[in-house]
Design a protein around this ligand. Structure first.
Ligand code: F6P
Length: 547
């Protein structure tokens, strides 16, 4: 069944939230913490290895109640059931959205068009398991009978970002295989990777759901050409495998159909790392770790599906984000992991969030009359503190920020970890409390600063504070907790799309640029510029004259 179709701003809860916002807009979190010592106890979740503290937000009990009323009025519970049960919720592409089926338990039943997909999912998982073991153990060898040492994932967007993010995040758990990622159609990217490779010992995993993506096909052809300088056409079958739904195109490329890992059209590209798209993850960290990643995601799925909204982590995070986006007018959200391992989390979630919810047409086919899609950005702490935190602390924009940190470091280096985590805690406290004129003046007095200097400097040293943050404190970075973390954000994206009354699982917005690039490519190749606007014509002519 189709999703409900309700403009959120026409709901009673929205009107109430608007009124409530007028009261909350001027409220100080610092005062709320002073007045109520139980605030942290009220506004946090403890779930498996996660603590999610959302008390440092500009909210009170009423805010949460009203946001939950909004979720109820929008019939979020019904939408969650449809999502997990394989209803066609991606209506513009006429597809179910079932990445959750990829991490479901073997005894689950999830039907697409009346067919239980779980047996197929487990067949592919078994194929991933045995292929991984053969490569990792050196049983499957290259054309010169040498075991593989390097894996190259060739893909872009969802066929690159997820595996690249996870392989980076789980490098502590990695085996001896070197894993590389080629994505950009920029030839310098592929050449830099090729430089590091030996064709005799490299396995290429071409990942493309459609097998029509220009970047992936161009990179694959370039790599094949390079490979064929040392090997024969027959050897291609030993060194190239593919993950795709397009068996015909894959076979045309020269890949042995036995070396094709299927995926399904009910898996969206940006949510596909749980499918065979994650093959390079399994190769990098071993099948058991890959499976743990899936188990972690499955546990978050169960939590999201079954917990009441007042105990539900993804629902709460999504509602808080709506609170800032739609009532406070926040334009973006930052994501700051206090671990270098998660340096690719923000770029990964940029696709998940912005390709999904960057829409301006409602499910009724009409332009929306409210803000949708948040802009996501971020870098690991403490590096980001020395880069853009100035703006978060003292700029003119409100930037709700998620802080993600771990209780235990992986190498057990206590000194570093204590320093890292002291920054983690200090930043959210500083963002919330700020620094008053009186505090700044007291510091000046202590330093004995001359009055004229103190008067001049004072306004620059004041921090307004009241900057909202969520603190996600996890016991340890493991495949399982990483799976739960990623699934948590996936469900946050889902909830927001439901409330904003948009279709989160299509991506028509990437098509126009692709189409124009194809016709401009013809012009570049034929050295003949067609009629464009004067800027594009001028730039193209300059390029062709000087290339
Ligand atoms: O950027 C558009 C997009 O369709 C993404 O949604 C997808 O992840 C990416 O291109 C790659 O597509 P494919 O896996 O079909 O090569």
């Amino acid at each position: 069944m189709a999703l409900q179709n309700t403009n959120p701003i026409t709901t009673t809860a929205w009107q109430k939230l608007q009124k409530h916002f007028q009261e909350m807009n001027t409220v100080s979190m610092k005062d709320m913490f002073k007045d109520d010592k139980t605030r942290a106890a009220q506004f946090h979740f403890q779930w498996n290895d996660f603590v999610v503290d959302y008390s440092k937000n500009i909210i009170n009990k009423e805010t949460i109640t009203l946001l939950q009323e909004l979720a109820n009025e929008i019939q979020l519970k019904d939408a969650i059931s449809k999502y997990f049960e394989g209803d066609i919720i991606n209506q513009t592409e006429n597809r179910a959205v079932l990445h959750t089926a990829l991490r479901a338990k073997e005894n689950a039943t999830i039907k697409v068009e009346g067919e239980n997909v779980i047996p197929e999912v487990f067949e592919v998982k078994e194929k991933i398991r045995s292929f991984t073991n053969e490569i990792v153990n050196g049983v499957r060898k290259g054309y010169s009978e040498k075991p593989f040492t390097d894996i190259v994932n060739i893909g872009i967007g969802g066929s690159d970002l997820g595996p690249a993010m996870v392989v980076e995040a789980l490098q502590f758990y990695k085996n001896h295989l070197n894993v590389h990622f080629v994505s950009n159609v920029d030839g310098d990217h592929v050449n830099e990777i090729i430089k590091k490779l030996d064709p005799e010992t490299t396995l290429f995993v071409i990942v493309s759901k459609t097998f029509t993506t220009q970047e992936t096909l161009t990179n694959s052809e370039t790599i094949k050409e390079w490979f064929l300088k040392s090997a024969s056409q027959e050897d291609v079958a030993k060194h190239f495998v593919a993950v795709s739904t397009n068996l015909q195109k894959v076979t045309e490329f020269g890949i042995n159909p036995e070396n094709v890992f299927p995926m399904w059209d009910w898996v969206g590209g940006r949510f596909s790392l749980w499918s065979a798209v994650g093959l390079s993850i399994s190769l990098a960290v071993g099948f058991d770790n890959y499976n743990e990643l899936l188990n972690g995601a499955n546990e978050m799925d169960e939590h999201f599906k079954t917990a009441d909204f007042d105990k539900n982590i993804p629902v709460t995070l999504a509602l808080l984000s709506i609170w800032y986006n739609n009532f406070f007018g926040a334009e973006s959200e930052a994501l700051i992991p206090y671990t270098q391992y998660l340096q690719k989390l923000a770029p990964y979630l940029q696709q998940g969030t912005m390709e999904s919810n960057g829409k301006s047409v409602g499910r009724d086919g009409k332009p929306v009359n409210y803000q949708t899609g948040t802009i996501i950005w971020g870098e690991p702490g403490t590096n980001s503190q020395h880069a853009f935190f100035q703006l978060i602390h003292q700029g003119t924009k409100l930037i709700p920020t998620d802080f993600i940190g771990y209780v235990k470091p992986l190498y057990g280096n206590e000194d570093h970890h204590n320093k890292l985590m002291s920054n983690f805690f200090a930043q959210t406290e500083a963002l919330m409390n700020g620094k008053t004129e009186a505090q700044v003046q007291a510091e000046f007095d202590k330093q004995g600063l001359a009055t004229d200097k103190a008067e001049f400097l004072l306004p620059f040293k004041v921090f307004a504070g009241n900057k909202p943050t969520n603190t996600i404190l996890i016991q340890k970075l493991t495949p399982k907790t990483l799976g739960s973390l990623v699934a948590m954000y996936e469900h946050k994206i889902f909830v927001q799309g439901i409330i904003w009354n948009i279709f989160s699982y299509d991506q028509w917005g990437v098509e126009l640029g692709k189409q124009l690039a194809n016709s401009i490519l013809d012009e570049i190749q034929s050295n003949k510029v067609n009629a464009h606007d004067s800027s594009t014509e001028f730039l193209l002519n300059h390029f062709l004259k000087n290339k």
